[in-house]
Design a protein around this ligand. Structure first.
Ligand code: AP5
Length: 216
């Protein structure tokens, strides 16, 4: 099964994608994570993307679509993909259709996380991850069981994203409204869009997504 998780910054796409990976062995394809890895490694893509990401704007369609194609080719036979943060523009949606079709794959569900934007700033500015394994946490909503120790790998170092400040978050939300929300009708016309209340408890959001996936 191949699905898109769609929603503005902080809607919970990454959180829910990690849970689907753990439960179903699907692969999370996060263009944000791929770009951050490229920035960290100082690759040509990373050098182009760094300033754009720090300003909260979108990296070029060509760059991200190339990243996705490479990752899809690395999937195990029969392994499903969770597109997290991709596609984000109409040209990216078109590219994804071509990328999937050329590999004999289809898109099964587009799940939109419906959220109240005002609450997202708190979610994002309180977010951090384990520097070793990448597990996500939040200052208020998801703390490690033992303070300072990662629940998953026992690591003690944590990090925050440079674009997780209020000003950049506002730009990212504006980009979402202007360029990403308008792609929904493409998928509505295909009859594959479902909406989930992204303001509910994380476990309830997961249950709602599982119910959608169980339908087909
Ligand atoms: P990207 O990394 O994709 O960031 P984003 O879309 O802004 O989304 P986030 O990762 O911020 O949020 P999320 O929805 O995953 O929320 P999370 O689960 O962490 O992109 C970053 C940048 O890269 C872009 O700005 C752009 O420059 C570039 N880029 C990436 N893809 C691109 C593309 N396709 N095209 C062009 N440019 C691209 O949750 C947030 C916090 O809330 C967490 O702490 C979590 O614990 C908490 N939380 C989650 N769910 C709940 C809940 N139900 N209740 C309470 N708290 C919750």
């Amino acid at each position: 099964m191949n699905i898109i998780l769609l929603g503005p910054p902080g809607a919970g796409k990454g959180t829910q994608a990690q849970r689907l990976v753990e439960r179903h062995g699907m692969k999370q394809l996060s263009t944000g994570d791929m770009l951050r890895a490229a920035v960290k490694a100082g690759t040509p893509v990373g050098l182009k993307a760094k300033a754009v990401m720090e300003a909260g704007q979108l990296v070029s369609d060509e760059i991200v679509s190339a990243l996705i194609g490479d990752e899809l080719d690395a999937l195990a036979a029969g392994q499903g993909a969770i597109f997290d943060g991709y596609p984000r523009t109409a040209p990216q949606a078109e590219s994804l259709g071509e990328i999937l079709a050329s590999r004999g794959k289809v898109l099964d569900h587009v799940i939109e996380l419906d959220v109240n934007e005002d609450a997202l700033v708190e979610r994002i500015t309180g977010r951090y991850t384990c520097a070793t394994c990448g597990k996500g946490y939040h200052d208020t909503f998801e703390k490690p069981a033992v303070e300072g120790t990662c629940d998953k790998c026992g690591g003690h170092e944590f990090k925050r994203r440079p674009d997780d400040n209020e000003e950049t978050v506002r730009t990212r939300m504006a980009e979402y409204r202007a360029k990403t929300a308008p792609i929904l009708p493409i998928y509505e016309a295909q009859g594959i869009v479902s909406r989930v209340n992204g303001m509910a408890d994380m476990d309830d959001v997961t249950a709602a997504i599982e119910a959608i996936l169980g339908k087909r």
